[in-house]
Design a protein around this ligand. Structure first.
Ligand code: CIR
Length: 254
């Protein structure tokens, strides 16, 4: 597997924030935590491929939002926040080595954080970043490959993947307060601990899972259901409203 990552920007303290109050981010600590995150990906059999650093783009470490990569194709997004649109070029420069590239066109906007792939089902959050124009474009691009695209309303959080991520092809970890359960009919749902609303973001790399240290109660729930993720501390990037899925784009090399 390839995991595309990108350095923490010098300007990360100017990041976009929507649901989180601004607090100072310790750049050196953020970088050390990001390196440990990359090491967890390496332990999960990923080869790290870094996009060229973008020190002037505050949110550029959050590569997930710039692309949707499937076995058959990679879709370069058009991020919902204007300040983030320039991030896509550097990631596309890497992805074109591995996949045919398609692009979301205006007036479509979509962040990769709103796109949840579980087997042949693709759930896309309708959020403050992702609109119906983009969802229609993605559906048209993926239809030929047999993916079933479902739009899901997201409320109270930034992205769909703040509220739901895949534990396996048929099981999601979810915060039920932020999504409609009915949208996920036919998929098994495991709820986060209600005291940990941000705990639904877990990263899957092949058969391995990577999870933040910030959610011990939900981690207990996971372990009791037989799920034992590798644990990373991403406290500094959480202040930028980032989580474990946001910092990589993972796909099979061939
Ligand atoms: C933003 O607001 O765009 C960034 N500060 C955080 C993006 C996090 N990305 C993600 O959850 N996929």
């Amino acid at each position: 597997m390839i995991a595309v990552t990108r350095a923490v920007s010098d300007a990360i303290n100017d990041c976009e924030l929507t649901h989180v109050a601004r607090q100072p981010i310790d750049l050196a600590l953020a970088r050390a935590q990001h390196r440990a995150y990359e090491q967890a990906l390496e332990a999960a059999q990923c080869e790290i491929v870094r996009a060229a650093p973008a020190p002037d783009l505050p949110d550029s470490v959050f590569v997930e939002d710039t692309a949707i990569v499937l076995t058959e194709v990679a879709i370069v997004t058009r991020p919902g926040a204007e300040s983030r649109r320039a991030e896509t070029a550097g990631v596309a420069d890497v992805l074109h080595r591995y996949r045919e590239l398609r692009r979301i066109e205006a007036p479509g906007t979509i962040d990769g954080g709103d796109v949840l792939v579980a087997g042949r089902r693709v759930f896309i959050g309708r959020s403050s970043r992702t609109n119906d124009h983009a969802i229609t474009q993605v559906r048209a691009m993926l239809q030929r490959y047999g993916y079933d695209v479902t739009a899901v309303d997201v409320r109270g959080c930034l992205h769909l993947k703040s509220a739901a991520t895949a534990l396996s092809a048929n099981q999601l970890l979810v915060n039920p307060a932020w999504i409609e359960r009915e949208a996920f009919a036919g998929v098994d749902l495991l709820d986060v601990d209600p005291d940990e609303p941000y705990a639904a973001n877990i990263l899957r790399a092949g058969d391995d899972l990577i999870y933040p240290s910030a959610f011990p109660r939900t981690r207990d729930l996971l372990e009791r259901s037989g799920v034992r993720p590798a644990i990373v501390d991403l406290s500094e990037l959480a202040k930028a409203e980032g989580a474990v899925t946001c910092c990589s784009v993972i796909f099979d090399a061939a």
